[in-house]
Structure formats: structure tokens, C-alpha cells
Design a protein around this ligand. Structure first.
Ligand SMILES: Cc1cc2nc3c(=O)[nH]c(=O)nc-3n(C[C@H](O)[C@H](O)[C@H](O)COP(=O)(O)O)c2cc1C
Ligand code: SF4
Length: 434
């Protein structure tokens, strides 16, 4: 793996979250050296050239999104940093907020300047207590030292950031739900179009980007879009944070260069599978991305194209490694319960469908499944896909369909034996690591 580190370019010394430490590491140099040399339009162009794709899950090119902003509307423009990070398996933004919050703030200032935002917001997942405290303290430091709230030297632009804490709803990670939440409304998602870049927060043009996307901006501005583009693969440029959990020796957050082989990642960074067990499955990009079997990840590399070719998606980079001995029905039950619990209930297919899916999968796991359940599950899923307001409905079906397709024999065995063949054994990490 190439050694380049853009987001985790520090040794943890307990102080990396402070302004002093960040400045000593060369922080705020992009802001101080490159502005006003670079006009807002030039910064947008550098980010476009870098071809960085949004790290929140959908992988939409950031520079392109910025250029969609409605122009001359007479309304203010807003920037929102999406720090809601609620997808099971995903915990990479948390590390940036806890350990490197000033890099995120610098990225937000540069982006605000580039898109001429009147006001920026950081919307933090409610359960992330330390992230909130670190970000709040870093924003306070930035105000106290004039990095925020005062004109950027050589310009008339004044950056401002408001930190907003969520209240624990996964669906509010969706950009439209998030905007409603900031507006003080119930966290219901909105139908698109209009897209936020045209009519977003308070009906004004709004750009929403993920923490990791925005924290990459200082490096791009400092080193240039071409330099960023030279890292990684042709279509997946730069580095990516992977938060990896499950049955591995070294769970955590790793910054990899796009294109890094999965097998090397599993061996080198993850330290292999606990208990010397074999790999059974991989959820590569957060719980909504389809599960992959060992033969599908054999030659897979960690980038958008390769994971897509393997049949799944890089998503947010929240990887879950599953070892032999794990009951896939029980695992799916946990995921199905999550999506049912998090459905906001606005649309019938998702509100009812996720509940039915969770009920049926639970029934199978509890030894009360019926053969016809295996036809009922995909039928319900078909009525959810594409018939909902927001992608949560589709996200709920991703694991259901792929688990059933790839591990159908386990569902059949549960129904045939009228019990879970795994029992309590080997389904928990502690058991497996013995
Ligand atoms: C149910 C749901 C939850 C989401 N949660 C998050 C999240 O926690 N963080 C995030 O950045 N994007 C999340 N997204 C994606 C956002 O809607 C949006 O695409 C993203 O913040 C854009 O940032 P990016 O272009 O930098 O990736 C979620 C989407 C859905 C449908
Ligand atoms: S898909 Fe589900 S979460 Fe999204 S709006 Fe509909 S009910 Fe709510």
C-alpha cells in the first residue's frame, strides 16, 4: 500500500484535536497560503480536477455537485457537513471528528469560500458525545483565533459554522431529512427533485457533503487537483477511510489508497481473522451494501469499480468481516430489525415492508419458519425497491436479497430443522476468539 496519508497523517499523541497540534503539522496552510491566490471558481475547479467522489455513500463527484448550485437566486447559499454517521459498520467520520477536527473545519472554510456559503453547519450524530465535544471545542478555538467569524485575509469573505447535534435517527443522515431536522421539523425525508443544490435548507441552494469529503479538501487545495487525481485508480481517486469491524484481530479505521487489494488489507491491516477461522462473507461498505462471498472478494480491490464488479458497493467504507461459524440468518435478523426500527414511516412500502421482513426473518431464526417464507421475502422486497421517498427502503432490501440469494441453504436448513443449526455457538465475537 502506498504510504500517503491525507486524513490520518499524524501519530496519536492525545493532542491531535487541538489547534496547536494541527498548526504544527502544517494545518491551515491551505487556507493561509492559497487564499486569496485562488478564487472561489478556481477552488471548485481544483476539486473537480481531483475527481474526489463523495465519501458519504453514494460516491457522487464533489466538484460536480458544487457546480450544480443554483446561481443568482438572490437567496443565501448554505453548506452542511453531514456528520450523522449512523449506518451499522460505519465509524470513520468519528475518528476525524475526535482526532483531527481542525482539518474538517479548514475543509469547511475552504468549501464555504468556494461556494460563497453564507453559513455552514456541522450536523453531528446525537450519540457521538466525544465527537461533539471535540468539534465544538475546535470551532470555539477557530472563532477565538479569528479563523472563523472574521474576514479571510485578502478577501471580504467571513466564514461561520454552527454545530448542530442530532437526536439519534439514522434516517436523518439522508440529506433531505437532515435539512428538515436543522429547520426544527420532524426528521422526515423530502422527495427529490428539487435537489438541495437548487432548493435545500430553508428553500435556499445548499451543498451537503460528508465529513471525509470535506476533510480531504485542504489537501486538494494545498497540493492541487492533479496531485490528488494521481493517487488511487483512474476512476476512484485519492485515499479512503475504511472502518472495519467483525471477526478480525485488529478492528479500527484505516486510510488506504484506492485500489488496495482486499486480501492484503485483511491480512496486513486487519491482522487476519480471529481464531484462525476461514472467511465466510464480507459486507464491504456499510450494512446496506450487498454481502459478498469469499470467491467474490478474492481478487477484489478497495475502490468503487472493483467492489461494484464484485457485486456490491464501496458505500461509506464501513466494512464488516464475517467468519465461518456465523449464522447468516441471525445476522440478517439484526440488520432487518435495524432498518425496521429506523424507518420513518412516511411511505407504506418501507413502513410496513421492513416490519414484515423483520418478522419473517425472526420467525425463521426462531425455528418457526415456513417454506413459503423464502418466496415471501423477495416478494415483499420487490414492493419496496423503487417505491419509496428516500433510499432507506432500498437500503433495507440490499442485505435481505443478497443474504437470501447467497446463503439460501442456511435459511432452508433453519426451516427444515425448525431451529437455528448454530444455536448460541460461534455467533458472537467472544466465542469465536477463544
Ligand atoms: C438513510 C440514509 C442515511 C444516510 N446517512 C448518511 C450519513 O450518516 N453520512 C453521510 O455523509 N451521508 C449519509 N447519507 C447520504 C446523504 O444523503 C448524502 O448523499 C451525503 O451526505 C452527501 O455527501 P457526499 O457527497 O460527500 O458523499 C445517508 C443517506 C440515506 C438515504
Ligand atoms: S423509505 Fe422509509 S425511511 Fe425513507 S421516507 Fe419512506 S418510510 Fe421513511
Amino acid at each position: 500500500m502506498s504510504d500517503i496519508k491525507i486524513l490520518l497523517n499524524f501519530d496519536r499523541n492525545g493532542k491531535t484535536h487541538t489547534l496547536d497540534d494541527y498548526t504544527q503539522r502544517g494545518g491551515y496552510q491551505a487556507l493561509k497560503q492559497k487564499i486569496p491566490q485562488l478564487t472561489p471558481a478556481q477552488i471548485v475547479q481544483e476539486v473537480k480536477t481531483s475527481n474526489i467522489r463523495g465519501r458519504g455513500g453514494a460516491g457522487f463527484p464533489a466538484g460536480l455537485k458544487w457546480s450544480f448550485l443554483a446561481k443568482d437566486t438572490g437567496k443565501p447559499v448554505y453548506l452542511i457537513c453531514n456528520a450523522d454517521e449512523g449506518e451499522p459498520g460505519t465509524f470513520k467520520d468519528r475518528l476525524i471528528m475526535e482526532e483531527n477536527p481542525h482539518q474538517l473545519i479548514e475543509g469547511i472554510i475552504l468549501t464555504s469560500y468556494a461556494i460563497n456559503a453564507k453559513q455552514a453547519f456541522i450536523y453531528i450524530r446525537g450519540e457521538y458525545g466525544l465527537s461533539y465535544r471535540r468539534i465544538k471545542a475546535a470551532v470555539d478555538e477557530a472563532y477565538a483565533t479569528g479563523l472563523l467569524g472574521e474576514k479571510i485575509p485578502g478577501t471580504d469573505y467571513v466564514p461561520n459554522i454552527v454545530v448542530h447535534r442530532g437526536a439519534g435517527a439514522y434516517v436523518v443522515g439522508d440529506e433531505t431529512g437532515l435539512m428538515n431536522s436543522i429547520e426544527g421539523k420532524k426528521g422526515f425525508t423530502r422527495i427529490k427533485p428539487p435537489f438541495p443544490a437548487v432548493a435545500g435548507l430553508y428553500d435556499c441552494p445548499t451543498i451537503i457533503n460528508n465529513v471525509e469529503t470535506l476533510a480531504s479538501v485542504p489537501w486538494i487545495v494545498q497540493n492541487g487537483g492533479e496531485a490528488y487525481k494521481a493517487i488511487g485508480t483512474e476512476k476512484s481517486t485519492g485515499t479512503k477511510l475504511i472502518s472495519v469491524s467483525g471477526h478480525i484481530r485488529k478492528p479500527g479505521v484505516y486510510e488506504i489508497t484506492m485500489g488496495y487489494p482486499f486480501r492484503e488489507f485483511l491480512k496486513n491491516e486487519c491482522g487476519g481473522i480471529v481464531g484462525g477461522r476461514k472467511l465466510k462473507a464480507v459486507i464491504p461498505g456499510g450494512s446496506s451494501t450487498p454481502v459478498l462471498k469469499p470467491e467474490e472478494v478474492e481478487n477484489m480491490t478497495l475502490d468503487y469499480e472493483s467492489i461494484q464488479a464484485a457485486g456490491s458497493s464501496l458505500g461509506s467504507g464501513g466494512m464488516i468481516i464475517i467468519a465461518e461459524g456465523t449464522c447468516m440468518v441471525r445476522l440478517l435478523k439484526i440488520l432487518a430489525d435495524f432498518y425496521h426500527h429506523e424507518s420513518c414511516g412516511q411511505c407504506t412500502p418501507c413502513r410496513e415492508g421492513t416490519g414484515w421482513l423483520a418478522q419473517i426473518i425472526t420467525r425463521i431464526e426462531n425455528g418457526k419458519g415456513r417454506p413459503e417464507d423464502l418466496e415471501e421475502i423477495p416478494r415483499i422486497s420487490r414492493f419496496i425497491y423503487g417505491y419509496t421517498i428516500c433510499p432507506l427502503g432500498d437500503a433495507a432490501c440490499g442485505p435481505v436479497d443478497s443474504f437470501l440469494k447467497k446463503f439460501r441453504n442456511e435459511f432452508e436448513e433453519h426451516i427444515e430443522k425448525q431451529r437455528c443449526p448454530y444455536g448460541e455457538k460461534f455467533t458472537r465475537f467472544q466465542e469465536l476468539s477463544k
